[in-house]
Design a protein around this ligand. Structure first.
Ligand SMILES: [Zn+2]
Length: 147
């Protein structure tokens, strides 16, 4: 019972910034949401590139804020490494944390855990303070594994 869904399809006015479309038949300028030319009445085809939304953005870019947040909250288990696609490094951190927890339990001082979390926190700061361009260059394209 959701007959009202179609009525919400009206686009917000954010589309006004697009280039002026023109009628393929007569060349008249068209309103952004026009489906028929006001001058000659020809039907207007929707541009295919418009279907997916913002297609000019880079595909699935990793977000430095997300990486920094993961490093801050879950860095000890390598969550930020896995997010950035550094599977080996993420598993190393996870293994060190598990190993460090066992050693820390036995000897009463979790030095390994503190070290791993320390690395993660430093990385969180580095991610957070890098510019988006620096972050992408270093960690997405550069694939620098540590710090
Ligand atoms: Zn026309």
């Amino acid at each position: 019972m959701s007959d009202n869904d179609e009525k919400t399809a009206t686009k917000p006015s954010a589309a006004d910034g697009q280039k002026t479309r023109r009628c393929a038949a007569c060349g008249a300028a068209l309103r952004s949401q026009a489906r028929y030319c006001a001058e000659c009445g020809a039907p207007i085809e929707e541009p295919l590139s418009n279907k997916g939304g913002e297609t000019n953005a880079k595909p699935a870019a990793k977000d430095k804020t997300t990486a920094a947040t993961l490093a801050l909250l879950l860095g000890g288990v390598g969550a930020h490494k896995l997010y950035l696609g550094y599977k080996t490094e993420g598993l190393i951190m996870l293994a060190l944390t598990v190993y460090g927890a066992a050693v820390g339990y036995l000897c009463g001082f979790a030095l390994i855990n503190i070290s791993v979390v320390g690395v993660a926190l430093v990385e969180a700061v580095i991610y957070a303070t890098a510019t988006a361009a620096q972050f992408e260059e270093t960690y997405i394209e550069g694939k620098r594994p540590w710090l």
